[in-house]
Design a protein around this ligand. Sequence first.
Ligand SMILES: NC(=O)c1ccc[n+]([C@@H]2O[C@H](COP(=O)([O-])OP(=O)(O)OC[C@H]3O[C@@H](n4cnc5c(N)ncnc54)[C@H](OP(=O)(O)O)[C@@H]3O)[C@@H](O)[C@H]2O)c1
Ligand SMILES: [Zn+2]
Ligand SMILES: [Zn+2]
Length: 352
Amino acid sequence: MYKAKAYSAASATSPLASTVISRRDPTENDVQIEILFCGICHSDLHTARNEWSEVMATTYPCVPGHEIVGRVTKVGSAVTKFKPGDLAAVGCMVDSDRTCPECRAGQEQYCPNVILTYSFPDKHLGGVTYGGYSDSIVVDERFVLRVPSGIDLAGAAPLLCAGITTYSPMRHWCVSKGKKVGVVGLGGLGHMAVKFADALGAHVVVFTTSPGKKDDALRLGADEVAVSRNSDEMQKHTDSFDFIVDAVSADHDINAYINLLKRDGNITLVGAPAKPLSVGAFGLLLRRRSLSGSLIGGIAETQEMLNFCGQHNITSDVEVIPIQKINEAYERLLKSDVKYRFSIDMASLKAE
Ligand SMILES: NC(=O)c1ccc[n+]([C@@H]2O[C@H](COP(=O)([O-])OP(=O)(O)OC[C@H]3O[C@@H](n4cnc5c(N)ncnc54)[C@H](OP(=O)(O)O)[C@@H]3O)[C@@H](O)[C@H]2O)c1
Ligand SMILES: [Zn+2]
Ligand SMILES: [Zn+2]
């Protein structure tokens, strides 16, 4: 065991603050990573503030962070994929049972025994897992990803959650050339969804509550932008979408988007508002539309997504911040004021 610097929340109402945590020494299958950048996902905020208490209550202290990019410092004797000095990345999961049907299908995120990167039982040290708001992490090599060469590291970190969470449902629902795709909410996930849908050749329409994000949406790859509070801009798209991804973090009217789907169209929720959404039956019935959800993506698909990003030169648009600005960043997330992901420069933790 060794000590690592980190930022943690002591309770649902306390701001994140500097702390010291224990990490395990690498076992034979482990990779130890010096963390260079960690993205800030809205899930970090939901968890730090225990907003999902009814589904998965947070255990404190909580060290969030699951968009991790860094450099390998040490590997266990059985590790084959990594060596010290390599770049490496870790996303939302650090382990699973590896034997259930989900794991065997490469869908570890749906494993009943998945271990998420933070606030999940830590079978090595007891207590719970601690995430990427830290100067290092130790993870089994099966859950460590390769970073494409030449990619900007601050902008690559958010691919590990915002990237895979939007890439995976687009692949599942066959987003491709000729399809009309909607993206609801231009935040961290939403802006990655725009980039992927555009790279896959779709006609992309962004729905935003922030008129000031219109130009950015077009620059990021959207073909059209609609301000969702303007009913004329919404109506114009009735019955027209093949697929919509909803990446909104707060309560909102999903029926308005269901009505924009054409027959057999699908809307997938990736946003995870704390309160249940209300869904009208007729919106779904009338055109055999479907509503589904999607959780991150499996390890193999995450690597596929990273390779896709390497080939298509895709990274997240980031605002790089020192860890000391974390609480301010959370407040800005709540105001939809991020362009379009915060990425923490972990060198700033050295000052603590
Ligand atoms: N399914 C998964 O596996 C998964 C993975 C990661 C994150 N998530 C969840 O996905 C959600 C989005 O995460 P994120 O990191 O992208 O968050 P984010 O950067 O804060 O973006 C959320 C966006 O939603 C829109 N929005 C916010 N409040 C709204 C409201 N009251 N009504 C309508 N729109 C609103 C805003 O976009 P505009 O300004 O354009 O309106 C905002 O930028 C969170 O709930 C997060 O926990 C799920
Ligand atoms: Zn996330
Ligand atoms: Zn499993």
